[in-house]
Design a protein around this ligand. Structure first.
Ligand code: SAM
Length: 232
């Protein structure tokens, strides 16, 4: 999908995402206005609508993907006292937006397997929105995202920021009834290899409804050794 919602400021970027129809809820818009992408992306021109390097062979995802994911999780993140999990939390930007949306009394866990990135994300949030750390609604954990983080589940919303080889059943099992998981999943058709952005809803009776939303391009959900090989 070709979206080009470049801004010179955070506000301009958000306004373009909104007029393009990618931000589809007031709460997602409010979160993206309240959390300044420039405090999480330390390259020049942080408000360009593209992924940017954050070190360790990975990127902060493009604003249009953050906007889309927040829009698709709005209902789940708006529940009173919602618990949410951000797998592959990287820069901490999306975790902070999710934490803004759950409000005080909610909890968002950012789960990331590179300890240095967890440290960076903590610093980013401390500088941008120390209140989110102080009131205990955001927490960053070092760990393998493929295993989830059972201790703070079940979750109303789980976002996965890296592409899994197949639907991560362990994460599906950590969804609360009525919860939603968004995850890029690798798909292979003949010689073609692509990724679907998959939405998984756990129905109130525990059954699962799966929907492919669109094709995307994410870094792999993998082990740290593979990610850091040939570090550039
Ligand atoms: C495209 S980046 C997105 C980061 C974040 N959503 C953001 O926008 O800053 C994907 C992240 O997933 C992390 N990752 C990859 N495999 C992982 C795994 N098995 N467990 C936890 N994190 C993982 C990477 O280190 C990276 O930070």
């Amino acid at each position: 999908m070709a979206w080009h919602c470049n801004g010179v400021t955070n506000q301009e970027m958000v306004a373009k995402l909104k007029s393009a129809g990618i931000i589809g809820s007031d709460k997602a818009e409010d979160a993206m206005l309240a959390i300044d992408r420039g405090k999480y992306c330390h390259e020049s021109d942080p408000y360009l609508d593209k992924p940017r390097k954050i070190g360790y062979n990975v990127t902060i995802s493009a604003p249009h993907m953050h906007a889309y994911a927040l829009t698709m999780m709005t209902e789940q993140l708006s529940r009173k006292g919602a618990h949410a999990l951000d797998v592959g939390s990287g820069s901490g930007y999306l975790t902070a937006c999710m934490a803004h949306m759950v409000g005080s009394g909610g909890l968002v866990v950012g789960l990331e397997h590179i300890p240095e990135l967890v440290e960076d994300s903590r610093k980013n949030v401390e500088l941008d929105r120390p209140d989110l750390v102080q009131d205990g609604r955001i927490k960053f954990v070092v760990g393998d995202g493929r295993l989830g983080h059972e201790a703070d589940g079940p979750y109303d919303a789980i976002h996965v920021g890296a592409a899994a080889d197949s639907l991560p059943e362990t994460l599906v099992s950590q969804l609360a009834p009525g919860g939603r998981l968004l995850c890029p999943v690798v798909a292979i058709q003949g010689f073609q290899r692509y990724q679907d952005f998959v939405q998984v809803d756990k129905n109130p009776n525990g059954s699962i409804t799966t929907k492919k939303l669109m094709q995307v391009m994410y870094v792999p959900l993998t082990d740290a050794k593979a990610q850091l090989a040939n570090l550039n």
